[in-house]
Design a protein around this ligand. Structure first.
Ligand code: ATP
Ligand code: MG
Length: 383
């Protein structure tokens, strides 16, 4: 059977009707892509299709198929006082820490675990590193739970190709479970706090359980102020019975910090971060009047000026990251994986150390070329 037939069969098994749907044409419209990792073939959905959410992965393993559903987007709160009583059925709401890294869903097949990115691709680097760190724990937990289960968590720390924030509890690479799914359903928060530690897995912190009313919102304010002081990202609010979707709320520390990081690349994250982050701070200022005006303004201008400086000195604008690898061949694997996504990484250096191989990569950014054009012509590419 070809992949398209396998896909139709797999989707039918989970109740997605593909009768009369031209999957070949969906494939040619690049709605999904076919991937392979080790002896596993899979299809990942780049866009929502027939009720299958973006980021879903249909995996074919040993004559069977399984689906890891796309991780659902989480709505953002701007005014907790208004949103909490309206959104949650009550009587309480679980406040979990929102950690700042990248979303990784893990499934198990044939005794091995695989790490799926938000986009529905199996990331070789994350898979190998997670296997070394928590391979046994994750595999036995998922085996005990059954094949329709997968786990979602945040990879945090500095050693990854995606999002780098320093965490004291995990400076380099850590995995913190935040949800366990059975099919499309997320288990109740208390279930994951009970199950994950039994397998030696870490979870995101549970910061409290608040009332689903205005007094709960007051409590939340105190929790967020504490996170603000500690320089942490924010919270995800969850119904104790998972009856409604979670909501997220982030600290000014993160909203403004994101702008500072993003504006190093003004034509990339800079552009897409600006309005949303300013809106968050505008509503917070209106509620609380913290007057972070200077902080916000300098977070926008300083990194952009620094990038212009770099380019004017003839230096490039890029992201740089260091990875710990099992061997030199894993460095090739990282390059191939990113090349398949249209990103050509550059290897800066590879060193054999005591704990395997360490490699430094560079990801070039198009902001560099834009800035360089402006410096040459003196003109604006916008208005
Ligand atoms: P989207 O807005 O589409 O959900 P995003 O990655 O841009 O995606 P974020 O602002 O990072 O949005 O918030 C959602 C992400 O937060 C989740 O995808 C997950 O990776 C991360 N996260 C961190 N901690 C938690 C937690 N405790 N519960 C749920 N998600 C969490
Ligand atoms: Mg995030």
């Amino acid at each position: 059977m070809g992949v398209v037939e396998l896909l139709a069969k797999a989707l039918a098994e989970v109740g997605v009707d593909t009768e009369g749907v031209d999957l070949e044409s969906a494939a040619s419209r690049r709605i999904f892509r076919v991937g392979r990792f080790e002896d596993l073939h899979y299809v990942s959905f780049r866009r929502q299709f027939r009720g299958v959410p973006e980021g879903s992965a249909v995996v074919f393993a040993g004559g069977e198929s399984r689906i890891v559903w796309g991780y659902p987007p989480i709505r953002r709160v701007l005014l907790p006082r208004v949103a909490i009583p309206k959104w949650f059925p009550g009587p309480s709401v679980v406040v979990e820490e929102k950690m700042n890294g990248y979303n990784v869903r893990v499934f198990e097949a044939g005794g091995k675990i695989y790490a799926v990115t938000r986009g529905g691709l199996i990331c070789p680097y994350t898979t190998r590193r997670l296997r070394r760190l928590h391979g046994d724990g994750l595999a036995s937990m998922l085996e005990d739970l059954g094949p329709d289960h997968y786990v979602a968590g945040e990879v945090v720390g500095l050693e990854n190709p995606y999002t780098r924030y320093y965490y004291e509890e995990s400076p380099r690479f850590g995995y913190f479970v935040f949800d366990i799914f059975r099919g499309r359903e997320r288990l109740a928060p208390r279930e994951k706090y009970r199950i994950a530690p039994e397998y030696g897995l870490r979870t995101v912190r549970m910061l409290g359980e608040i009332k689903a009313g205005e007094d709960g919102a007051e409590r939340l304010k105190a929790i967020v102020e504490e996170l603000e002081r500690e320089g942490r990202e924010g919270v995800v609010l969850k119904d104790p019975e998972s009856r409604v979707e979670p909501l997220k709320y982030t600290t000014s520390h993160t909203n403004i910090g994101d702008l500072r990081l993003g504006m190093q690349f003004p034509f990339e994250e800079g552009r897409s971060f600006l309005f949303s982050r300013i809106l968050r701070e505008a509503f917070k200022e209106w509620e609380e009047g913290a007057r972070r005006y200077y902080e916000l303004g300098s977070a926008i201008l300083e990194p952009a000026i620094e990038s212009i400086d770099r380019v004017s000195r003839g230096e490039g604008v890029y992201e740089e990251f260091e990875l710990e690898l099992g061997g030199v061949e894993e460095s090739e694997e990282v390059l191939t994986f990113f090349a398949s996504l249209g990103v050509s990484l550059e290897v800066v250096r590879v060193e054999r150390g005591r704990d395997g191989v360490r490699a430094v990569f560079r990801k070039p950014r198009k902001s560099g070329a834009e800035i360089s054009w402006i410096l040459r012509t003196g003109l604006s590419p916008l208005d």
